[in-house]
Design a protein around this ligand. Sequence first.
Ligand code: ING
Length: 334
Amino acid sequence: MTERHLIVAAAQLGPIQRAEPRAVAVARMLALMERAHRRGAELIVFPELALTTFFPRHYCARIEDADPWFETAMPSADTAPLFAAARRYGMGFHLGYAELVVEPDPDGVVRPRRFNTAILVGPTGEILLKYRKVHLPGHAEFDPARKVQHLEKRYFEVGNLGFPVLRAPMGAVPGVNMGMLICNDRRWPEAWRVLGLQSVELVALGYNTPSLNQEAGGFEAPHLRVFHSHLSIQAGCYQNACFAVATAKAGIEDGCELFGQSIIVNPQGEIIAEAGSWDDEVITADCDLGMCELGRTTIFAFDRHRRPEAYGRITGQVGAVAPPVWSAPGGGAG
Ligand code: ING
């Protein structure tokens, strides 16, 4: 069996303030690529919306007023240095950004469309794969009850590219099965399973997650924010026998605290690297892709064990329905 090892890096970013120009963020990212290269990294994963502050926390009455936070070209003059560094180092990269494109909508109307997007770029600098975030958390209108807004449903459309997986060369490995998730997607097991059903071996995932629950829905102890993030990623990796590189944007942006704790997780669901700061930081791990085989040929051999005929509710329903109510024999109250 030929060795299939890939050295991966999570390039965690500290805060990007509202006024920080892209060129400054890109310069920070180039420094992290250089550091990762010195450590032998062959793929580096940047966070969600890595080029700007997490602008969905800001309300704009007109959607177009948020357009300065979007990319209308990729690469652009600001981001071209990342692609040049990929070629220079022979290092692939994952980048999350806000995408503004003019393309047909489901009704065939060509118009501006806005997505929370991520790309996978190969070691020769070409874009291998694009993904647009499917699970958009938060709300679409200004919510006075919130201390901080979370307006992803206002600024982005639901992703229309599915959850793609592609086998492509990376590092010294001729073919790696790679896919992407973005932030809130990691909380939905269906998203991981769609990737798993395409034999994904490595999931690149960026996130910007507030460390305090802004929804006025009730108290949640702060330590649970990181616990839930790690739980979701570790479960996703274990149940789909894959690696994940999960990279945070962290720190205090415009007064809003985002947690770090970027991690790299193996197909057994074990955290094999974790960031210790809430600032720009590189963590790396040597991934033996052969580790994916055990899970997918035994416990999670999908072809042998899955029973889709029993899973109808998963795609047949959106929300939960109330269950039937038991009543005692003879018609007593249930
Ligand atoms: N952020 C958060 C996330 O899913 C969130 C939003 C936090 C939802 C905590 C639910 C609980 O990590 C983004 N950008 O999706």
